[in-house]
Design a protein around this ligand. Structure first.
Ligand code: ZN
Length: 304
């Protein structure tokens, strides 16, 4: 085998490998780039066209110019794939001082829907994020599946620890004291700098219960922000915004992990994107998540 044949086989193998990685590694690709699909398509099309061409050039009489063309096209395919990956890659800001963030949701899909972009951005910026899910959601689906989906969703966002509790789905008010106790223990142990929870302007009784439980448990805490669930009422009025323009795709992918709830109208990419645009308009940003502040000590929290 001459050197030219070795180069062709090497390029064919690299093209195939990159295409396989772009398909099998779709989940990390979704998490790390703004729009993974063009990169994936470019890698696969390059491999389909050029891997066989490289193999063909080793078994047939091909003029020198043909060899050169196939080699150059293959290098363009490989370099182009990495260039696209780099172009679409999410560029996270780096936190000067890493903070501890705690997000508390009632049901397994609540945090991805309401604060998923913000949590992913915080995690990418070097902050430590923990989540608490107060019920595995037995009324809305299979609790074992839903609990696992919550853990997978949090993991996808970059959450360091996700705890799923087993309080009574659709009747969290009946577990109020136990919930307060659980949240208080978590606050004492973890000492978060910022707490995210449900809003009081939410018509779901469980969301309202978690809001109250968080306020009771966090009664001495100085930074509590309330997020917007699909069941928020028209009284929900955010004044604090987080730019999630780079993270709407990540948020949609995290929401899609909750396959058990995929039939719900608010689980669609269009809805996730629509609300991000709506809050972005209010915030003078492209796309955003909005929060109501219970209180927010700026210098004791994000900026000190
Ligand atoms: Zn919920």
């Amino acid at each position: 085998m001459n050197v030219l044949h070795t180069v062709h086989w090497l390029l064919a193998a690299l093209l195939a490998l990159v295409a396989i990685l772009s398909v099998s590694g779709e989940e990390p690709l979704r998490r790390r780039v703004l729009n993974y699909r063009p990169t994936q398509i470019f890698a696969v099309v390059s491999a389909i066209l050029l891997a066989p061409a490289n193999a063909w050039a080793t078994v047939r009489e091909v003029p020198d110019v043909g060899h050169r063309l196939i080699v150059v096209a293959s290098i363009v395919g490989l370099v182009g794939t990495f260039a696209m990956y780099n172009m679409y890659k999410i560029r996270a800001t780096s936190a000067a001082k890493p903070r501890r963030i705690l997000a508390i949701g009632a049901h397994p899909d609540d945090l991805e829907l309401a604060v998923g972009g913000t949590l992913a951005r915080l995690a990418d910026s070097g902050h430590e994020v923990h989540t608490m899910i107060m019920t595995a959601g037995a009324v809305g689906g299979d609790p074992d599946v839903r609990a696992q989906e919550a853990i997978n969703g949090s993991k996808f966002l970059g959450v360091a620890r996700c705890d799923v509790y087993n309080f009574t789905d659709t009747d969290l008010h009946s577990d109020m004291n136990e919930m307060i106790d659980a949240i208080e223990k978590k606050i004492n142990r973890y000492n978060p700098d910022i707490i995210f929870t449900h809003s009081s302007h939410d018509q779901h009784q469980d969301h309202s219960a978690v809001h109250l439980a968080t306020l009771r448990a966090g009664r001495r805490h100085r930074a509590i922000l309330c997020f917007e669930s699909p069941s928020a009422t028209s009284d929900f009025t955010p004044k604090v915004f987080v730019n999630i323009d780079d993270y709407v795709g990540v948020k949609s992918s995290a929401v899609a992990i909750h396959e058990n709830q995929s039939g719900k109208p608010y689980m669609t990419e269009e809805r996730v994107s629509g609300i991000a645009h709506f809050r972005g308009d209010q915030a003078k940003m492209a796309r955003a998540e909005g929060f109501e502040a219970v209180r927010f000590d700026v210098f004791g929290g994000a900026l000190s």
